[in-house]
Design a protein around this ligand. Structure first.
Ligand code: CP
Length: 317
């Protein structure tokens, strides 16, 4: 799929979705439309710096039942850059502590004339549940280990901006694949757009079952490194694990951490990515995270562009 010019005056007729719940159900054409819209909005807003009033009069509610730095800030800023009003709900201090359910909480916030609810929750399927119970647009901002569609989109947009196309690229997702919603969204999106995907990590975090998704499974980073155009280094999610999946963090860093020695063996134009937050010295050393191959902060900027695009497609026009 190549980039298409996007008209930002009207939402394209070939966009028919009311919600963004996952990347699994999107077609390559729908993924490409979101990416093209994000590119157009990034250009129109001078790199996501300027305001553009395409969502004036709309209200976007951020419902975060789980911690977030990047996603919550980014959705909030994206909505305000587009001229929308925002509601910021955080679970701590809310009436959840009095026994109110997630659905009732969301319905009450929707009743304040909200056009879209952006939801993050540790339970897989929460965004889908809200989409069946509310009338407004629902955007999944991460549901446990299931999916994180806008993270997948911003990762893919970053690769596309640096390489022109996803077709034929080899992208390795390294680390805690078992608990990673980012891995799942990346796999669905990358494969639909023509990339070869490798999932790499210790066998306790990367089982052979992943081959069912049409990806290559690897347990030895050094053996695949020379073939990779992109490395996306995923955080070890200790908070979602019941047992330690490897003997020590030091051993994990030795076997799977991206460092200067491994960079010397990688392709000369390799892209180093991480969804964040990063554990410096575990999945990536500081010199690599801050080095010339790193596009980690480009990913964050592209998060704004992707979220502006998603909000525009769902509630714009
Ligand atoms: N990448 C990501 O989702 O970061 P946050 O948890 O800080 O939102």
């Amino acid at each position: 799929m190549t980039m298409q010019a996007v008209d930002l005056e009207v939402v394209p007729q070939n966009w028919t979705r009311s919600h963004l719940l996952d990347l699994e159900s999107l077609s390559a054409e729908e993924l490409t439309l979101i990416l093209d819209t994000a590119d157009a909005l990034k250009e129109r807003t001078d790199g996501c710096r300027r305001k553009i009033n395409l969502l004036a009069g709309r209200t976007i509610a951020n419902l975060f039942f789980e911690n977030s730095t990047r996603t919550r800030t980014s959705f909030s800023l994206a909505a305000r850059r587009m001229g929308a009003d925002t509601i910021e709900f955080v679970a701590s201090g809310s009436s959840l502590s009095k026994g109110e359910t997630v659905v009732d909480t969301a319905k009450n916030i929707e009743a304040m004339s909200v056009d879209a609810v952006v939801v993050r929750h540790r339970t897989p399927g929460t965004a889908h549940l809200l989409s069946h119970n509310l009338d407004c647009a629902i955007v999944n901002a991460g549901d446990g280990p299931h999916e994180h569609p806008t993270q997948g989109l911003l990762d893919i947009l970053t690769i596309r901006q640096h390489r022109g196309s996803l077709q034929g690229l080899t992208v390795a997702l390294v680390g805690d694949i078992a608990h990673s919603r980012t891995a799942r969204s990346n796999i669905w999106g990358l494969k639909k757009l023509g990339a070869h995907v490798i999932v790499c990590g210790p066998s306790t975090l990367v089982s052979r079952d992943w081959e069912k998704f049409g990806v290559e499974v690897a347990h030895n980073l050094d053996a695949i490194l020379h073939r990779c155009d992109v490395l996306n280094l995923l955080r070890i999610q200790f908070e979602r694990q019941y047992t330690r999946p490897f003997p020590s963090v030091r051993e994990y860093a030795f076997l799977y951490g991206m460092n200067r020695e491994r960079m010397a063996k990688a392709k000369s134009d390799i892209l180093i990515m991480a969804p964040g937050p990063i554990n410096r010295g575990v999945e990536i050393t500081p010199d690599v995270a801050d080095g010339p191959h790193s596009v980690i902060l480009d990913q964050v900027t592209n998060g704004l562009a992707v979220r502006m695009a998603v909000l525009w497609l769902l509630v714009g026009g």
